[in-house]
Write a protein that binds this ligand. Structure first.
Ligand SMILES: Cc1cc2nc3c(=O)[nH]c(=O)nc-3n(C[C@H](O)[C@H](O)[C@H](O)COP(=O)(O)OP(=O)(O)OC[C@H]3O[C@@H](n4cnc5c(N)ncnc54)[C@H](O)[C@@H]3O)c2cc1C
Length: 411
């Protein structure tokens, strides 16, 4: 059996290890345009911040490929797939035949349609190479502009603040992490960041950049012009499936997969940030571009590819974040655009103590929660969202950070 995996991120390497566990003799190749050992992508912001050295980002040892008898094909992109003859072609013209193919090619950062965005010192932050470029520019940087208040923009701003750079964040949505948290939590996060020197400007975007080779100024949509010698584009990501043949592999936002992580094409699977799977809290297809789901999906895809049928239970968006001394945890549906009148909410907000807990219910099912500084029982609440077990105790009870789990079981 010949297995080909595109992408050496966590979804790809987890799938490769899983396949090897179930198939001792099959040929496994991993094709990836990155040449680094598999690494912890969420921690590239720690590299930028200076708190973690590059060698500590690896999630597998140097002998990973040898030990698992995997052939790495690194530093080259897969450019096309012929699902009829079952061949992947890389940009160097080489052909890689497969019996089972896994698309684990992650996501690409969304670009910016602004004049001057080709100037030096305007960066994306998706991989180690991006961050290394940012780090080498840092000695010349006084003022950074971060475009977007999502997870990547937020992490970039936080890391640059810690490096002593003066940071301005432009957020269209009104507060940071608007996909991950609700407005109350978002404002609390914004206050923490502002207390540490961040400038936040809402409802504006950058329309153009100016500079002499390197960026020096940004022209904002309200006509304002601000100094910046670095800009980080954190406007979100899109699944990296541009090279995938649409006539045989169905896509929407991501590559559509069934419960076995199989695509619409025989013998082709997808996992991780590129895959669009069933979402437990939303009860429909969704791309949950987060690390723990990439791991689970890689494992499920690997088992199915190796002939051991297993179902993926579905994905759930979730995040645990520490911002200076503030802890934030959220899962499922909490953002303003996803909590409508059909949902019931319960919340406990103590502005004095700076604590917040909010639960979102659809009928008697917990479909999301967000917590700031009182994140106790977050694991139990996450399991409740995942299991969709009806909650038949007063919702106020679950707002108590010390609630007794056994009361949930007495039904
Ligand atoms: C700055 C940052 C912070 C993050 N923070 C968090 C966090 O706090 N919590 C969390 O859960 N998640 C976080 N994430 C998201 C998390 O990193 C991803 O969900 C996870 O890495 C996805 O793994 P993957 O294997 O699907 O894809 P990736 O890790 O993106 O790996 C895909 C690989 O395939 C390669 N590739 C793509 N196309 C091709 C091609 N055509 N040919 C060859 N190779 C190709 C890519 O270059 C890449 O190396 C963060 C991401 C970033 C960038």
């Amino acid at each position: 059996m010949k297995y080909v995996i595109i992408g050496n991120g966590v979804a790809g390497v987890t799938a490769a290890e899983t396949i090897r566990r179930f198939d001792e003799s099959g040929d496994i190749s991993i094709i990836s345009d990155e040449t680094f050992l598999p690494y912890c992508r969420p921690m590239i912001s720690n590299l930028l911040e200076g708190s973690v050295p590059e060698e500590k980002l690896s999630i597998r040892s140097k002998d990973f490929y040898d030990k698992n008898r995997i052939s790495p094909v690194l530093g080259v992109r897969a450019s096309s797939i012929d699902t009829g003859s079952r061949v992947v072609v890389t940009e160097d013209g080489k052909k890689h035949p497969y019996d089972r193919l896994l698309l684990a090619c992650g996501a690409d950062p969304k670009g910016l349609d602004a004049k001057g965005s080709e100037l030096e010192n305007i960066f994306f932050m998706r991989n180690i190479a991006h961050v290394k470029k940012m780090i080498s520019a840092l000695p010349q940087i006084k003022n950074a502009l971060v475009l977007g208040g999502g997870l990547v923009g937020f992490k970039a701003a936080y890391s640059l603040l810690k490096r002593g750079v003066s940071v301005t964040m432009l957020i269209r949505s009104g507060y940071p992490l608007s996909m991950q948290v609700d407005e109350t939590a978002g404002r609390m996060i914004q206050t923490v960041l502002q207390d540490h020197g961040l400038t936040v400007r809402t409802g504006v975007s950058a329309e153009a950049f100016e500079g002499n080779g390197r960026v020096q100024k940004a022209v904002l949509s309200d006509g304002d012009r601000i100094d910046c010698d670095m800009a980080v584009i954190g406007k979100g990501v899109f699944p990296a499936h541009g090279f995938v043949p649409r006539d045989s592999i169905n896509t929407d936002a991501g590559i559509l997969v069934d419960r076995h992580m199989k695509t619409s094409s025989d013998c082709v699977y997808a996992a991780g940030d590129v895959a669009e799977s069933f979402d437990l809290s939303r009860q429909r297809r969704w791309v949950n571009a987060i690390w723990p789901e990439a791991v689970s999906q890689g494992r499920v895809a690997g088992m199915n590819m190796a002939g051991h049928p297993i179902s993926y239970r579905g994905s759930l968006s979730r995040n645990v974040i520490r911002i200076f001394d503030t802890d934030v945890m959220s899962a499922g549906r909490v953002s303003k655009r996803e909590v409508d009148d059909s949902c019931r909410t319960a919340e406990a907000f103590d502005p004095g103590r700076k604590t917040y807990r909010k639960l979102v219910f659809d009928g008697d099912i917990l479909v999301g929660f967000v917590m700031v500084n009182r994140v106790e029982q977050g694991g139990v609440l996450t399991s409740l969202v995942q299991s969709r077990m009806p909650v038949d105790i007063p919702e106020q009870y679950l707002l108590d950070p010390n609630f007794n789990v056994s009361r949930l079981m007495r039904r």
